[in-house]
Design a protein around this ligand. Sequence first.
Ligand SMILES: CC(C)(COP(=O)(O)OP(=O)(O)OC[C@H]1O[C@@H](n2cnc3c(N)ncnc32)[C@H](O)[C@@H]1OP(=O)(O)O)[C@@H](O)C(=O)NCCC(=O)NCCS
Length: 158
Amino acid sequence: MSNRPRECLFRWISQPTDVNWGGKVHGGMVMKWMDQAAYACAVGWCGGYAVTASVGGMSFLKPIHIGDVVEVRARVVLTGTSSLHIAVDVDAVEPISQRRTRTTRCVMVFVALDADGKPTPVPCWTPRTEADKRMADYADKLRDMRTDLDHELYAAAE
Ligand SMILES: CC(C)(COP(=O)(O)OP(=O)(O)OC[C@H]1O[C@@H](n2cnc3c(N)ncnc32)[C@H](O)[C@@H]1OP(=O)(O)O)[C@@H](O)C(=O)NCCC(=O)NCCS
C-alpha cells in the first residue's frame, strides 16, 4: 500500500461572495470546493495527474451560512485499477459557539492519467478498520449502481 497521504483537509471562512439568492452558500460553490479537495486528495495519493470521472451519492443535508468556518475533508475509500474513489464530507462550524454541522457529502471518482492522457494504474488502498470497510462497500455499491443505470440508459436509447 502507498505511504502517500490518504486524506486532505481544506478549511476557511465562507464569504459574502459565496452567497446564493436565499442568503446561504451556493450549492455550485460547495460542489466546486468538494471537487478541489477531492482533486488534491486524488493526485496526492497517486502521485500524478487525475481527472474527475463521476460523482455519486451527493446529498445537501444542511445549508452553510455566510461566516461559518467551512471544512472539506476528502479521503481515499476505494481504488480500482486506474480509478480512485474519494469520499468528501463538508462540515460548517459556527465560529463562536463551535457548533459543527455536517452539510454535504458525496463520493467522487477520479481516474489517473499518464503523460499521454491514458488511464494509468494507481496505488492500491486497503481498508483496515470497520469504518473504512463500510465506506469501501458503499463506494463499491455506488459504482455498481452507476454501471447498472448506464446499461439501462444505453439499452433504452437503442
Ligand atoms: C475518465 C476518463 C479518463 C475515462 O476514460 P476511458 O477511456 O473511458 O477509460 P476506461 O474505460 O479505460 O476506464 C478507466 C477507468 O475509469 C473508470 N471510469 C470510466 N468512466 C467512468 C465514469 N463515468 N465514472 C466512474 N469511473 C469511470 C473505469 O471504471 C476504469 O476504472 P478502473 O481502471 O479502476 O477499472 C474519460 O472518460 C475522460 O477523460 N472524461 C473526462 C474527464 C473530465 O474532463 N473531467 C472534468 C475535468 S477534470
